[in-house]
Design a protein around this ligand. Structure first.
Ligand SMILES: Cc1cc2nc3c(=O)[nH]c(=O)nc-3n(C[C@H](O)[C@H](O)[C@H](O)COP(=O)(O)OP(=O)(O)OC[C@H]3O[C@@H](n4cnc5c(N)ncnc54)[C@H](O)[C@@H]3O)c2cc1C
Length: 465
C-alpha cells in the first residue's frame, strides 16, 4: 500500500477516486449524485452520521426552490411527496420538509442509487498539495488517519474547510468581519395548531405581526388553516404584542435578557408535514464569525438556552401549546454564513439585484438579499420582483487551485450576495454543477477545472439554469 508522510507520520493511501466530495450537505449531495450518475468513482467524507447537513441535521423547515430549478432538488421533493402521499411541491416556492424522511431518502439517492462511497464520522483533517493541485486529502475517522487521492475535489463543507486546509483564500463576514447571525432551530411537538389559528382569528390585535418579513410570509390565520389542509407552507409570526402583554401581566416570568431576546425576534414558526409539531426559527446568536471552535461551541450552548426560554413562554402563553414539549434542537447549529472561499469571480449583490445572467452561468436562482443583522436584532430583506439571475462557473472554482470546486454556502460571493444565494435547492444545484463539470472534464481527459468547455456544460445543466 502507498503511504504519504506528514510531519513524520506515515499515512496509508486507502482510496483512489475520481471525485472527492468534502461534506454531505445539500451541495455535497448534489455533487455526489451528479458525479455518481455520470459514472465517476465518487467518495464523500461527512463528519456526522447523516446526509443533508443544515437541511436535515440543522432542522430546516422548508426548501425554497425556484420555478426554473428542475434538478436534483426537485427530484428529492417529488420523491418525498410520493412517499408521504403529499403534494407539497405544488406550493413550489417554499416546500415544507420532514428532516428525518429526507435523511433516509438521501441515503437511498446518494449511496444506493448513485453508488457514492459515503463515509460518515469522517473529518477532513489536512491536505497535501503539489503546486496549485490538491494531491491528497487526509481524513480522520474510526480507522485513524488515511489519505485519499482524487482527480477533482469539491468543498461542500459550508465552512470552506477543505479550501482553508489547502491554504485557499477566503473572506469572513461583512466589513467588520461578522456574518449573518446564526439560529439554532428547534421543534415543538404535540401542538394544537387549529386552536391557535382560532384564537388568532378571534383576537387579531394581540396576534398582529410587527416586524418586516417576506410578503409571502404575511399569511392570515384563515389562509394558514387552508395551507396546512392543502399541503402548503404555513408561517406564523411574530407575536410581539402578545409577548409584551404577557410580560406586563406576569412580572418576573421572563428575566430581562429573555424578554429582550424575545422582543428582538418574536416567535417565528412553521408547519411540518406531520401536522402536530412546529419548527421554531426564533433564536439568534449575535456577532458571529464561524471560524473558531470556542465561538461555535458557545453559540450552540447559547442557542439551546434561548430555545428553552422561548419554549417556556410558548407553553405558558401561546394557545394550543399547553401540552407541547420540545421534540429536538438542531444537531447542527444553523449557520447562515462563515468562510466564503474566493473564486475567479466574487458574485455580488449587484449581480443579484440586477438579475445578471452571465455567459458562463451554470445555475440560476431567485432569492433576494436577506441579511440577518450581525447584532441579531433585525432582518434586512430585499425581495426581487420575479425573475432569475445566474451564477458564473468562475464563482465555483477556487482562485488559488486548479482542481478544487467550491460550492454550497462557501462558494465565492460577497456577504450580501451569499444571503440571497444560499437556499437549499440552490446549494444542491451548485453541487450538481460541480459534479457534472468534473465528469465532463474526465471524459475529455482534462485535469484542470479551468479547461471546461462551457457550452456543453451549460447544455447538460439546462434543468438548473
Ligand atoms: C437558520 C437557517 C434557516 C434557513 N432557512 C432556509 C429555508 O427556509 N429554506 C432554504 O432553502 N434554505 C434555508 N437556509 C439556508 C440553507 O439551509 C443552507 O444555506 C444550506 O443548507 C447550506 O448547504 P451546504 O451544503 O452549503 O452546507 P451545509 O448544509 O452546512 O453542509 C455542510 C456539510 O459538511 C459537513 N462538514 C463540515 N465540515 C466538515 C469536515 N471538516 N469534514 C467532513 N464534513 C464536514 C457538515 O457536517 C455538513 O453536513 C437556512 C439556513 C439557516 C442557517
Amino acid at each position: 500500500m502507498n503511504h504519504v508522510e506528514v510531519s513524520g507520520l506515515k499515512i496509508p493511501v486507502t482510496v483512489e477516486t475520481d471525485i472527492f466530495v468534502a461534506g454531505g450537505g445539500s451541495a455535497g449531495v448534489g455533487a455526489a449524485i451528479a458525479g455518481g450518475r455520470s459514472g465517476l468513482k465518487t467518495f464523500v467524507a461527512e463528519r456526522i452520521f447523516a446526509l443533508g447537513g443544515m437541511m436535515t441535521s440543522g432542522l430546516m423547515s422548508k426548501i425554497a426552490i425556484s420555478a426554473s430549478n428542475h434538478g436534483i432538488a426537485e427530484e428529492l421533493l417529488k420523491r418525498l411527496d410520493a412517499h408521504q402521499k403529499s403534494d407539497f411541491l405544488s406550493g413550489r416556492h417554499e416546500v415544507p420538509i420532514d428532516p428525518e424522511l429526507a435523511k433516509w431518502m438521501l441515503d437511498k439517492m446518494v449511496i444506493a442509487e448513485a453508488g457514492a462511497d459515503v463515509r460518515f464520522g469522517t473529518t477532513i483533517s489536512g491536505v497535501i498539495k503539489e503546486g496549485r493541485d490538491i494531491k491528497y486529502v487526509i481524513i480522520d475517522s474510526i480507522n485513524g488517519l488515511e489519505a485519499v487521492q482524487a482527480k477533482y475535489y469539491v468543498d461542500c463543507t459550508g465552512d470552506g474547510q477543505l479550501g482553508f486546509k489547502a491554504g485557499a483564500s477566503y473572506i469572513v463576514g461583512n466589513e467588520q468581519g461578522y456574518g449573518s447571525s446564526p439560529t439554532l432551530m428547534f421543534r415543538i411537538a404535540n401542538v394544537d395548531i387549529e386552536k391557535l389559528i382560532s384564537e388568532m382569528e378571534a383576537h387579531p390585535d394581540i396576534y398582529a405581526s410587527e416586524q418586516d418579513t417576506y410578503s409571502n410570509h404575511k399569511i392570515s390565520p384563515a389562509q394558514n388553516r387552508k395551507n396546512i389542509a392543502g399541503d402548503k407552507y404555513a408561517h406564523f409570526a411574530d407575536f410581539i404584542p402578545l409577548i409584551r402583554q404577557k410580560a406586563k401581566e406576569n412580572p418576573g416570568f421572563l428575566s430581562d435578557w429573555e424578554l429582550e431576546m424575545m422582543l428582538q425576534r418574536g416567535l417565528i414558526f412553521m408547519n411540518q408535514p406531520q401536522g402536530t409539531h412546529v419548527l421554531v426559527n426564533s433564536t439568534r446568536i449575535p456577532y458571529f464569525k464561524g471560524d473558531n471552535s470556542k465561538e461555535l461551541s458557545d453559540a450552540v450552548v447559547a442557542g439551546r438556552k434561548q430555545a428553552a426560554a422561548t419554549f417556556r413562554f410558548m407553553k405558558a402563553f401561546v394557545p394550543g401549546f399547553e401540552k407541547s414539549f420540545i421534540m429536538d434542537t438542531g444537531s447542527l447549529l444553523g449557520i447562515r454564513e462563515s468562510r466564503r472561499l474566493t473564486g475567479d469571480y466574487i458574485f455580488t449583490d449587484d449581480d443579484v439585484n440586477s438579475l445578471r445572467r452571465f455567459d458562463d452561468g451554470i445555475v440560476s436562482n431567485f432569492g433576494g438579499v436577506e441579511i440577518h443583522s450581525v447584532n441579531g436584532k433585525s432582518t434586512d430583506i430585499k425581495e426581487l420582483q420575479g425573475g432569475f439571475y445566474t451564477v458564473p462557473y468562475r464563482s465555483i472554482i477556487s482562485k488559488d487551485l486548479d482542481n478544487l470546486y467550491i460550492t454550497g454556502r462557501c462558494f465565492s460571493a460577497n456577504h450580501a450576495a451569499l444571503s440571497a444565494a444560499r437556499n437549499i435547492a440552490y446549494c444542491m444545484a451548485l453541487g450538481q454543477a460541480a459534479g457534472t463539470a468534473a465528469a465532463q472534464l474526465l471524459r475529455r481527459n482534462k485535469s484542470q477545472i479551468r479547461d471546461i468547455d462551457i457550452k456543453p456544460l451549460q447544455k447538460e445543466l439546462e434543468s438548473i439554469i
